[in-house]
Design a protein around this ligand. Structure first.
Ligand code: AP5
Length: 222
């Protein structure tokens, strides 16, 4: 495994494949995967104060207020495992104020991966997505159905994975995208996410590998 100390953000519309790619990236590069959506869903499931506040916004496809999300992500980023291994931040920042909160702490990515997928494909991915509540793995009824019938029988669907809610999530995404990109202009790598997942991962890996190679050269001059 490689990638120690690497800090990566991954962004893209709802169902563009962020979670799917993160599963592969964290395995190859040994980074700590921090998904803002997963952290929020865990708070909702545990019925915490954060979860109680977040629920209504998530159900409407809106951004959860900063006082919940920013502190939650900041806390997670400061745990020792993250400092040691490096991080892979998924679904954060989603607004200018969230990006600024990290900038204020000098928390910056070396690479900002942006997945691009056409809107009609996103909707098909949203409605067909299923999750395994035991392993957390992401499936799709058409594209990636599980082979094991036991897993197939226990799959669940996210409550915000309807076409209507996905359209609202998409609207929120487009409202905020330009301002987030303006903060990370110098390290954005755009990837065509409308291809088989191994091909998408191939592109992401080569960006990460190139970065690691360049960083190694700088730290070990001949
Ligand atoms: P979050 O959980 O982050 O949802 P999202 O951004 O809408 O992204 P998704 O999880 O829907 O999709 P994904 O890109 O991970 O795609 P996946 O890999 O699963 O956020 C949920 C909510 O939480 C937000 O609406 C908001 O309310 C709140 N929230 C989160 N972060 C916040 C923040 N920072 N601030 C405020 N609020 C926040 O793939 C999708 C499907 O496609 C799967 O079925 C998969 O199998 C399939 N698939 C993936 N790749 C491919 C491929 N290459 N080919 C074919 N199918 C594919």
């Amino acid at each position: 495994k490689q990638g120690g100390g690497l800090n990566v953000m991954i962004s893209g519309a709802p169902a563009s494949g962020k979670g799917t790619q993160c599963e592969m990236i964290k395995d190859k590069y040994n980074l700590v995967h921090i998904s803002a959506g997963d952290l929020l869903r865990a708070e909702v499931a545990a019925d915490t104060d954060y979860g109680k506040r977040a629920k209504e916004f998530m159900n409407q496809g809106k951004l959860v207020p900063d006082d919940v999300v920013v502190s939650m992500v900041k806390q997670r980023l400061q745990l020792p495992d993250v400092c040691e291994a490096g991080w892979l931040l998924d679904g954060y920042p989603r607004s200018l104020s969230q990006a600024q909160a990290l900038e204020a702490l000098k928390i910056r990515p070396q690479l900002f991966i942006l997945l691009e997928v056409p809107e009609d494909v996103l909707i098909e991915r949203v409605v067909g997505r299923r999750l395994d509540p035991v392993t957390g793995k992401i499936y799709h009824l058409k594209y990636f159905p599980p082979e094991d019938p036991e897993v197939a029988a226990r799959l669940i669907q996210r409550s915000d994975d309807t076409e209507k809610k996905a359209m609202e999530r998409l609207r929120t995404y487009h409202e905020n995208l330009a301002s987030v990109l303006s903060v990370y202009e110098s390290c954005i790598k755009t990837v065509d996410g409308n291809r088989p997942k191994s091909e998408v991962f191939g592109d992401i890996s080569s960006f990460l590998d190139d970065h690691i190679k360049a960083a190694t050269k700088v730290s070990k001059p001949k």
